[in-house]
Design a protein around this ligand. Sequence first.
Ligand SMILES: Nc1ncnc2c1ncn2[C@@H]1O[C@H](COP(=O)(O)OP(=O)(O)OP(=O)(O)O)[C@@H](O)[C@H]1O
Length: 575
Amino acid sequence: MGDGDHVREIETVLNGGETGRDSVVTESWRRCVDSYGLDPARHEPAHIVTEAELRQHRERSERLIATARSGLQALFRQVAGQRYVVMLADAKGVCVDYFGDPRFEDDLRRAGLYLGSDWSEQLAGTCAVGSCLVAGQAVTIHQSDHFGLAHTPLSCTAAPIYDSRGELTAVLDISLLRSPGPKPSQNLAMSLVRASARRVEMANLMATTRRDWVLRFSTSPDFLEVDPDAAVALDGSGCIVGLTRGASEALGPDSPLLGERVDTVFDLSLDDLPDLMRGRPTEDRVLHLRDGRRMFGHAIAPNTPRAPVRRSAETRGGAFAGLSGGDPALDRILERAERLAGSGIPLLIRGETGTGKERLARAIHVAGPASRAFVTLRGAGLTPARLDEALAATTGPATLFLRGIEDLSDTAQAALLTTFDTRDDLFTIASTRSADSPQLRTDLHFRLAGATLTLPPLRLRRDVDWLIDRLLRRIGTDLRLSPAARAELAGRAWPGNIRELQSTLATAVALAEGAVIDLPDLVETPDGREPTPNDDLEAMLDACGWNMARAARRLGVNRSTVMRRARRAGLSPKC
Ligand SMILES: Nc1ncnc2c1ncn2[C@@H]1O[C@H](COP(=O)(O)OP(=O)(O)OP(=O)(O)O)[C@@H](O)[C@H]1O
């Protein structure tokens, strides 16, 4: 169809004419003109949000992205051979996760089939993501179904993802840059995308209602346990507290099921649920609906309540023991790390050299699911061959610790992306010394940085004394530090952080002549540290308990300079 024909057809529809298009398409065309004032003849390029905006969109969808990831990956594996791209868009229409063939990346980016593209109908006109968000149902927007001429080569199929409260929260889309002519060529795409959205909703319901009963059900006993049609979550009094879209469609398209008691829909009570658990043949687990229908049920008991995260440094045990001596900023980071450890969300650990990034990565690994291998790879010098070799050595699930991702070459970045597309059993933890976002390809950056943990430098920590004692114990010495030596260590700037403190102590132990380590045993390390920026000053003063002399030593300036800077910045101790 030529450009002129496309525009003329839209005019015909707007004038009330019938052209054989699906109603979901023609209604969207009308909205494009009447509500959004769009012009079909204008070649609008793809709308891509800025990197900062994309980060915000992804942060808001962090949990969903993590839950949906393996479903997206499985879908991509099914369709990658036919050159489909898989996208997850948030409720605003912005693509927050993406799987595509890196070989066609430039074309995909230009077409907007990429991370950060904004497919809301108001901006992009009739398109699968935008129209799915408005219609609340699965749609295929094939070639000239698109409103804007720029998008008419594409064929896109999208299905909505509803959260457990029944709100439309995201859209799963698979798209082709170029496709065969007839629209029915996309029927298979439609069933794949619908099935994947259903599985993502199911995984999301399971993840958000761990302390409730979940009753999954299907019209047939086949695949009931592995791929049920729908599910509801039930609280301790038998009320429905969560559901998948399939459940509202099957049980009460016209009634709000949330808050209803389960016995208003099914002929059963909470006491009957144990009979529907795994162990009985699926064909015997019949559910009778109040309206006379029959289905097959699979009940999943609540998980025991999660153990509360231990907050105090004294009581933190397990994998995270020994990482903090009560530094409040570090404790907050460790609490987050404990929560994220089993989530499967890719983690980025940021911090200056020697702040303990690898140590934290190992703790997170140990706190995660058992029987995963731990594979460390350095970003510097990583080659595709080295990556393959390291991963070939692991047969099952593994934690991949990528150390220093700021040093990854372009080829290593491409190889990692390919690996992530083919292996969904890798949990990644990456580390970087760079204070800003490391300069990586955007798609890789988002694959690696699902959540970021930033370790404080030693000069800003308030538990330096604790760390000194811990390191001395690890060196295995009975020597003690003189008060002067301790004060000197507590006051240094430590550009090499814990690693430098460790080696200073080891040298001091070797040099000490008596039972006490004193000032002459503490060798000076060259201070290659950048001057501390002013905004660090308050944190530094807090870390030094507002002892001006100590802060001055850590900053490498004299005491009066610290006092002057603090006065100029209006800083005073918090009581
Ligand atoms: N809590 C701790 N207790 C004792 N030793 C520690 C602690 N944290 C880190 N270390 C030691 O400090 C050194 C540096 O730690 P690590 O290698 O984890 O730092 P890093 O931030 O990954 O460093 P880099 O960025 O230079 O690779 C190691 O020898 C480690 O054993």
